[in-house]
Design a protein around this ligand. Structure first.
Ligand SMILES: [Zn+2]
Length: 103
């Protein structure tokens, strides 16, 4: 249960207004911009370490943005691994062609 910010009457946690005095029960903290920004995901993708740190910093205060950064980190790591594997395969193929020719 929560208490009215104006008169202290016990009210529902999610009540927007106090049923007793009618005072607005807006969140005590000013609303933070938590829009799950695509750019933060992109940052996490490009710089997984930075994205991971942002994820840890924001996971409580900005869950959506933290999630976007976290997904970016995962995508970035997966892309890095895929890039590494593809690069390795291409290198092996090039070496194979150099050593054995096309036939
Ligand atoms: Zn009240």
């Amino acid at each position: 249960m929560a208490y009215c910010r104006n008169c202290g009457t016990q009210i529902d946690d999610d009540a927007a207004f106090c049923p007793d005095c009618g005072a607005s029960q807006g969140n005590a903290n000013p609303p933070v911009a938590d829009n799950g920004g695509f750019l933060w995901g992109l940052l996490g993708c490009c710089i997984p370490i930075a994205g991971f740190i942002l994820f840890l910093v924001w996971k409580d205060t900005k869950p959506k943005t933290a999630k976007a950064a976290g997904i970016g980190v995962i995508v970035g790591i997966v892309l890095a691994i895929l890039g590494y594997i593809v690069g390795l395969v291409i290198m092996v193929m090039i070496c194979w062609v150099i050593c054995n020719g096309w036939s």
